[in-house]
Design a protein around this ligand. Structure first.
Ligand code: UD1
Ligand code: CA
Length: 496
């Protein structure tokens, strides 16, 4: 597992030595891109497999990697290649796959039923493909393959059938790449059909290949099921290409982790770690301080300014941005949040759909809920919940409060135990607290209600009407003392 984890910058960016000869680097990466633009590209994602070993009712390709379906990752990579057609062959899980993936742009959904092998899967997609250019086959359960790698196998355009292969220490289960004495690929043999000598071959078929589209229909027609699994093997087209004197090429990904597939929950967890390690090292490369690159999860995107520090076990979901010098304490969850420079978020805080200003102090144990906007230097302390509220600069709610549907002005102090009573059981109402207000502890503000500028609310008040500016308002029963009152005492045991 560890050898698969990307360890250096090389996984996220081109290695340093490639950056210097700029033209060479540019050409190496741009040239294949041009080739793929010039020839029409069909992408077919195979995703009809059963996924029995997932032991789940959810179709395999819908299981999440970094919070999004496996298939969504493959579709995103495919889209980056600007294909002319994008097809997904689905089967197991029925209509759930196209339904869940509905928002992912124009996709040709091709149902394969029954599932008679990878060659059969491609036969179903054939009527929807451009008969010219290149057909690129991807797997819906191989989500980490990089665009640069796909561009490598597309570099020959329609002049060759190009396979993506890797050498594995343990090739068990995979189709083996058989080469002749000259080193040319001549065919692929599946594990179940391989002779003992062939099983020793360590170069394997990842399944990802670029096929000259004009040849594909003819080759698929010639596939037979006379093999160990009685299936139409797509891999048999390699021998047909050799027979037809079409060049067969092979290319390798930067790291073997790119072609890891998901067949079980263990492999899904492993791929998640690889994906997260890539994020972590990308952040470290940018200068972000991570207490532990193995203990951060990014399920979406995370943009960081300079001198950002993130402690252990934080989860970032959706679109998160952290400005310069933002510090995030341990065990925080941030979802669709933008945090401006200099703000410190203390441990165990949960923030969602919110905008946090500069130099704020949040937490520990703060909860910022959707629709919240905090201006500069706001303090939201422990066990404070803020929802759908705007809080002006330098205002503070440091302990144990609920601030919901509220507009808070500048320089406001909200005492411990303050609650905005925003809900009457049917409707939500707003509370308005103007600038320079001081709210004493254990106050209930029954909305709709306004506290005017400079007002002070006495501790323990229940405020139901407007509190006027620059005055003390309190609602509290008068304190009384009963002189000579005695607490009852327990009788000694045995007495009645
Ligand atoms: C296939 C390759 C093998 C390669 C391996 C890499 C063939 C014959 N073999 O084997 O050389 O080393 O992948 O993982 O191609 N699928 C369908 N419809 C089907 C069968 C499969 O859509 O009828 C899809 C699956 O969902 C999956 C992919 O094709 O995404 C591969 O299927 P799988 O059954 O895993 O192929 P293997 O037998 O492992
Ligand atoms: Ca497989």
């Amino acid at each position: 597992m560890n050898s698969l984890l990307p360890r250096s910058t090389g996984t996220a960016n081109p290695p340093r030595q490639l950056r210097l000869p700029f033209l060479f680097y540019t050409w190496r990466f741009v040239a294949p891109r041009i080739a793929s633009v010039m020839t029409a590209l069909n992408v077919v994602i195979l995703a009809a497999g059963k996924g029995i070993r997932m032991h789940s009712n959810l179709p395999k390709v819908l299981h999440p990697l970094a919070g999004r379906p496996l298939l969504a990752h493959v579709i995103e990579t495919a889209r980056a290649l600007r294909p002319k057609t994008l097809s997904v062959v689905y089967g197991h899980g029925g209509e759930e796959v196209p339904k869940v993936m509905g928002g992912h742009g124009v996709i040709i959904w091709v149902k394969q039923e029954p599932q008679l092998g990878t060659g059969h899967a491609l036969m179903q997609a054939l009527p929807h493909l451009e008969p010219k250019g290149v057909t690129l086959v991807l797997y819906g359960d191989v989500p980490l393959v990089k665009r640069e790698t796909l561009e490598k196998i597309l570099a020959h355009g329609d002049k060759a059938l190009t396979l993506l292969t890797v050498e594995l220490d343990d090739p068990t289960g995979y189709g083996r790449i058989v080469r002749n004495a000259k080193g040319d690929v001549v065919r692929i043999v599946e594990q179940k059909d391989a002779k003992p000598a062939e099983r020793k071959i360590r170069e394997i078929n990842t399944g990802i290949m670029a096929i000259p589209a004009a040849r594909l229909a003819g080759w698929l027609k010639r596939l037979k099921t006379n093999n160990a699994q009685k299936e139409y093997y797509l891999t048999d087209i390699i021998a047909l290409a050799v027979k037809d004197k079409v060049k067969v090429a092979a290319a390798q990904p930067e790291g073997p982790w790119e072609v890891l597939g998901v067949n079980s929950k263990a492999q899904l967890a492993q791929i998640e770690r690889v994906y997260q390690a890539q994020w972590a090292y990308r952040l470290l490369d940018q200068g972000v301080t991570l207490a532990d690159p193995a203990r951060i999860d990014v399920r979406g995107s995370l943009a960081c300014g300079r001198d950002v520090a993130i402690d252990v076990n934080c989860v970032f979901e959706g679109k998160v941005s952290l400005g310069d010098q933002v510090h995030v304490g341990a065990h925080c969850v941030l979802k669709n949040v933008s945090v401006n420079s200099g703000t410190v978020i203390h441990p165990f805080s949960h923030l969602e759909d919110a905008e946090i200003g500069c130099d704020c102090r949040i937490g520990p144990y703060a909860r910022i809920r959707p629709g919240t906007r905090l201006d500069a230097e706001v303090h939201i302390g422990n066990f404070v919940e803020v929802k759908a509220s705007q809080v002006g600069a330098r205002s503070k709610a440091n302990h144990l409060a609920y601030v919901g549907d509220t507009t808070v002005g500048k320089n406001v102090n909200i005492g411990a135990g303050t609650i905005t009573c925003n809900y009457d059981g049917i409707n939500k109402h707003r509370t308005i607290i103007e600038d320079d207000v001081f709210i004493g502890s254990d106050t209930q503000l029954v909305a709709p209600v306004t506290v005017r500028k400079g007002a002070t609310i006495g501790a323990g008040s229940t405020i139901t009407r407007e509190a006027p500016p620059d005055a003390l308002t309190l609602s509290r029963a008068k304190q009384v003392t009963v002189p000579g009152w005695k607490r009852p005492v327990k009788k000694p045991k045995g007495e009645t």
